[in-house]
Ligand binder design. Structure first.
Ligand code: BDR
Ligand code: CA
Length: 309
């Protein structure tokens, strides 16, 4: 099994990503850490806890940064709703409470105690990971790499140029992309192909499973928002990043130099991807470009089977 730590801001698609990770026999989820992004840190942490509690998983959950390194937090409430889980609902966690350590300390402790290198999966703004890398430079030796959902080669979704997670905390993203660690960037170029249509959502939800209603509500919340943007189906950003760690063949990637725009007039938070190698500089990330959508759908269906009644 691949040991992973998931840093996230649940978040409708983060919630589905957590479900997928905890169901997978390929991953060993050592901890889930939270960051402010889609919602406040209080809400993203409460959501992570109630998801883990609902699944009866007992995975450690620790709260991290309440705001980006240098900027004010602008949540995505209009996408993820007042709770952060859209139209889905779960009771508050009864058995679990947040770990006494904060996110950065919990990652550092888990990584230090681990025999194997750990893969980080980042599904929100990169604030916690930037603090970790700055406070504990030695962490690099204990990490296998970072697979992150964020950025795009071409269009943004928060501004015409920038994707939400990178736009939220560009200074943190810069630290992460300059860390020297193997980075897999699952950005909008790939996640826009990770679309699930209404008839497919119905097929997924029809699989007998104890998470059926929750998964259905999460998918349908996303579908509604995506339709508002003119998309035909539900685009599953964070789910694809976890899926890529489970099956690295799922998204075809290419190595490129990626720089983070931190001071553009119109482009702050853009991942500037040197696709034509005009800079002639060492690549610092593998960028996801082409998704095997049938295999992605199959993985979601297998997840439902894992949570079978
Ligand atoms: C990313 O932004 C968030 O709203 C989603 O959870 C995802 O991580 C997509 O741009
Ligand atoms: Ca997210």
């Amino acid at each position: 099994k691949i040991p992973v730590i998931i840093d996230c801001d649940p978040g409708v698609d983060d919630a589905l990503a957590i479900l997928l990770a905890l169901a997978s026999d390929k991953l060993e989820v050592r901890a889930i850490t939270t960051v402010a992004g889609n919602q406040t840190i209080a809400k993203t942490t409460a959501n992570a806890l109630r998801i883990v509690d609902f699944l009866g998983a007992g995975t450690k959950v620790a709260a991290g940064a309440a705001k980006p390194l240098q900027r004010e937090l602008k949540t995505a409430e209009w996408v993820h709703g007042a709770s952060g889980l859209g139209k889905a609902d779960l009771p508050p966690a009864r058995r679990l409470a947040a770990d006494p350590l904060n996110a950065v300390d919990l990652i550092w402790e888990s990584v230090r105690q681990s025999q194997e290198k750990i893969q980080l999966i980042a599904l929100g703004p990169l604030t916690n990971l930037a603090i970790l890398l700055s406070a504990h430079p030695g962490v690099r030796e204990k990490l296998a790499g970072i697979t992150l959902m964020g950025g795009s080669c071409f269009l943004g979704n928060t501004t015409p140029a920038a994707e939400f997670n990178i736009h939220c905390d560009p200074e943190a993203a810069k630290i992460v992309f300059e860390s020297g660690l193997p980075i897999t960037m699952i950005g909008l170029d790939a996640t826009r192909q990770a679309v699930v249509y209404e008839s497919e959502i119905a097929e997924i939800v029809a699989i007998p499973s104890r998470v059926g209603k929750f998964v259905g509500d999460l998918f349908r919340s996303t579908l509604e928002v995506c339709r508002f943007f003119g998309a035909e189906g539900a685009v599953m950003h964070d789910l694809l990043a976890v899926a890529q760690v489970i099956n690295p063949q799922l998204v075809k990637t290419q190595a490129y130099r990626v720089e983070i725009e931190t001071s553009g007039e119109f482009t702050t938070g853009k991942t500037v991807v040197d696709r034509y190698h005009v800079w002639n500089r060492e690549p610092n990330a593998r960028v996801g470009l082409e998704v095997n959508r049938p295999a992605f759908l199959e993985m979601i269906k297998e997840m439902m089977v894992q949570y079978g009644i």
